[in-house]
Design a protein around this ligand. Sequence first.
Ligand SMILES: CN(C)C(=N)NCCC[C@H](N)C(=O)O
Length: 288
Amino acid sequence: MPAEEFVAGWISGALGLVLGHPFDTVKVRLQTQTTYQGIIDCMVKTYRHESLLGFFKGMSFPIVSIAVVNSVLFGVYSNALLALTATSHQERRAQAPSYTHVFIAGCTGGFLQAYCLAPFDLIKVRLQNQTEPRAQPGSPPPRYRGPVHCAASIFQAEGPRGLFRGAWALTLRDTPTLGIYFVTYEWLCHQSTPDGQNPSSATVLVAGGFAGITSWVTATPLDVIKSRMQMAGLEQRAYRGLLDCMVSSVRQEGLGVFFRGLTINSARAFPVNAVTFLSYEYLLHSWG
Ligand SMILES: CN(C)C(=N)NCCC[C@H](N)C(=O)O
């Protein structure tokens, strides 16, 4: 089982994560809070109340978790393709796998990464939704003092299952959309690269960026539901399950609720995934 794919997945994911986290904070707030009029309003309010640091809330944990999550995604994807097509990463340029195989391998990677991601994503979403400014004398402290305190509080209040709140929605979000992610990437690389050659850096950037956009556009409806279910434990708003969350969100806010955060999700997806794929390909290429 080639280990380089796991290491390359980790490093490339971390680079993309730092670049995209401020957009991610705005997205999570727009999806779960009704106090903002739109992207600009959310950005201005966050900056005024919490300074630039507000955009980076909840980032320390994902930096650690991306090591697990992205390496599982890229490592499982690549090894699933190896099992399906008996070709390594290098050989796949000369002998392109079918898109069905790429889709199955992407879905497998997406399914397994969702379970690793679930507790980290829950903690990230809870911390990103804390809108209190940094501790000032006299002001009430935020509910969670940091990621470890957040994890411990959820564990104490709800047991280990509490840490997997929203995991089912996350799995449904990530399984098919990561199939779409890798198919888009491979298809775009294939379209603009002569047979048997490696795609140029510009091709990888553009294909990675569009893979991010297509996958996030299709993922946004379940992304909204997932974030709401993750916040529900905190807000005493009990949903009976995923379907109940969908139905009550649509009843209260109309069908548009499924597209909350779509613009910012897409704007974030391009640079994050362009950098992720470029560094992934570069690392695998230089390790030869
Ligand atoms: C639609 N989904 C869930 C994805 N495309 N997931 C892959 C994650 C890639 C990158 N870390 C990101 O956050 O965009």
